[in-house]
Structures are given as C-alpha cells and as structure tokens.
Design a protein around this ligand. Sequence first.
Ligand SMILES: [Cu+2]
Length: 483
Amino acid sequence: MNRRDFIKFGGAAAIELSAASMLMSQAQQGMPGMQASAPAPEGAKADFTLRIAPVTVQLTPSRIISTIGYNGTSPGPLLRMKEGKQVTVDVINDTDVPELVHWHGLFIPGDVDGVEEEATPMVPPRGRIRYQFTPRPAGMRWYHTHTMAGADLHRGGYTGQFGFLMIDSGTDPGNYDKEVFLALREWEPFFNPEEDDDDDASASGPQPERPKTLDTSPSGLEVGYQMFSINDKSMGAGEPIRVQPGQRVLMHLLNASASMNRRVALPGHRFHIVALDGNPVPTPRDVDVIYMGPGERVDAIVEMNQPGIWVLGTTTDDARNGGMGILIEYANQHKQPQWLAPPKSVWDYTIFGRDGTQPAPDQTFDMIFEKVPSGAGLFNSWTVNGKEYPHDREFVLKQGSRYRLVFRNRSEDDHPLHMHRHSFELVEINGKATAGIMKDTVIVPGYGRVAVDMVADQPGLTLFHCHIQQHMDYGFKALFRYV
Ligand SMILES: [Cu+2]
C-alpha cells in the first residue's frame, strides 16, 4: 500500500491526518511499509508499532484537551491488516500505569487478546510488549485499551486509546467512490448525578423482562461529558466530507464512547446498511437513523443525491450542538449547514436478517442482568445471575458445541454486550426471530431480552461484558472457559 492509497481512504481529514502521521512516524523509525512481507522474527522490526503516551486533541481552535492516545493522536492510526496473514505489533507504554491493547472482534488467543481476565500479559509502565497474531475475520474491527477505570476518569475507555482496524479479505468489490472512518466520541468526562443517555425508545417496545416491582432506591453517579466529536474534531472544526452528486460513500461508523449509546442521522439521506460489526448482513436495508452502543460498528453506503451542506450527527441535540457531528459538503455549495430532526424510528436489528432458524443448541445459558442501585457506594453495581464478577465455573464451554445465550436485561438501561474472541448469531430480539446476523456486540434494550447463538470454536478464556466502562468495572462481566 502506498501513501496515496492510504490517503484516499480518508474523506474525513482527521483520519487522513492520522494515517499520514502514522506513516511519518514509521518512516522516522526506519520501519518497513505497511506490508512487511514475512512475520518478523523476535528482534526484527514489527509490522506495526503503537506508542501509548499523553496526547493533545484539538477539538476546536480554542479547545485543546489532554488525554492518552496512540502514536501522538486520538483516534490512533488506522491499521489495515490482511486476513489470515500473521502480524507483529510492538506496543510501547510511555505512561506510568500498566496497559493493554485489545483487538476488538478478532478470533485470536487470549494471551494476545489484550484482556487481563484472559491472562494477556500487561504492557508494563515504561515498558513494551510484542503481540503476534493472525488477524481474522475480515471486516471492520477496532482496537482499544481494556484496563479498568473505576472511579478514575483518566483511565481505561475514558482516555483516547482507541483506533480503527480494518482487516482486508482481498475480495472487497469496492462498490463505492469514497470510504470514510467516523468514530463517535465524548471527551472531558465527569460524574453526573443525572441520568444522561440516548437510549432507544425502549419504553415503547415490548419489555419481556420488566420485573413486577421495580427497585426504586437511589441510583449512583453516572458519567457525563463536556465535549463531543467525530474522530478528533468537534463539528465544524475539521474538514468536511467533500462529495459530488451521484457519489456513493462507504461510511465505517464506530461508537468509540466509553459509555453512551448513540443515534446518528444524516438529513436528506438514508443509510444503506451493509454490515454490522464488520460482518456483511444477509439483507442490506435503508434506514434514517442508526442506533449504536459502545463497541458496535456499522458499515453504511450513502448515495449523495441531495446537494447542499448537511450535518451528519447524533440526534441528541446537546451532544450534536456540543460537537458530535461532521459536515457533508457537496461541491460548489455554500449554504449554511442544515440539520433536520429525522423521522421517528426504532432500531431493529432483525430487519437486516433473513428467515430461517438455527440448529438446536447443545445447551442454553440464561444470563440475567440486574442493577444494584448504589451497590458500589457512589456508583451502581451490576450482577450476572445474581453475582458480580467473578463467577466460578458457571459458564463452561465444550469445544465444537453450540450454545444459546439468553440475555435477560432486568434494568431500564440499554446494554451493549460484548463477547470476546468469538462472534455470535442473533436469534431473537424481544421475541422477534431472525437469522444470519453475526455480531460481537449487541444492545439488549431496557427490560428486553435477546437470544444469540455461539459456536465454541476458540478454546481459552473468553471475557463477556457490558461495553459501558462503568458497568464493566462494577460487576457486569463474566468469564467463559473451555472444559
Ligand atoms: Cu451496561
């Protein structure tokens, strides 16, 4: 891949910049190009290098924040790997705390997955570690820190330690004119006594898991944010996505938030959803609004057929006005950017599925999720089947077996649930059956129920958790193990 190819991927200047700065830093280190031809032997230069260190992010000309990022930026460099081709990644930790880099959505062993619970070695403070793995499956993945944050809003997912990872199959038909990578993101977190969320209209949907009596004791503090962006720029502060009428733009959307579910719209246009969590869907469909939880990715093609200057952004006014958006600018247009609230729509994964049923599972795991209001003092705690992490030997898998996981959400929040090192197939969302949708993270609506099937084909410890950092830190996780 040459520099021009690299630059071409970014419609958003932010990512062009990141990609360019990565190339520069690799050149400065005398590193080979992005496609080293053979796996590096111990001691040789790695295919990729990530340096964890303090970075500044200039969200607007006058708001420059300080956080921790990769290779001097946040998001970190866009990494492109070839499916099935082994890579080495050197991670250098220039901070004073142990760190981990997790490769979200990859089928790789626990010792390189970047998860302490799976026994991945930590990258020591001021130290380095080399990860070596064979990236698969193809599609849009991402990488991010996996450390606990707890009460420290300068750690873990609250920092800028995340980036895009594309695993190329080599068979992408390239059915688009332009490709952009867009990460939804909040900054400057603080503890907030008010509930601050963008959850779906769960209240209007079925609530099969709603208990007869609700625990009304006072809830703990949640996390709010002062600043918002897409990639490293608040809306209007970065380059717009420049388009021509008739172009097809492939948008790789990532919710890189530590805690917020988000809805996104682009007035005057519809999103043609082609993949969820990087995996092609059986039935691509058009939608007005995309709903995504932390960790989820959506690939959508947008046909540019409405000349003007438009706001692509979150539907939550405060967050959008605070910067979570990017301008779509048609050539030769000079109007004011337009935002129009989208038609009311409920996000329904099942419309992207196909008819059909899954083979009967060998075993079903019921997983009940409950909130303990203020269970951790200042904060809420969370239980899986009545217990906070850790669980002993409740979730034991036998290689080759098929499991049905029934997620029963007995809380009012929408939870994005993530399974490491495997993907699962959606079977049922609040009683609606579907097939063929493969994901690694799924939102279980408030008081809702979601069933997924998973084939146990990746032996080793496997972490399951809510991708909302605070929920994960206060109990909402479970370790699956193989017999
Ligand atoms: Cu959660």
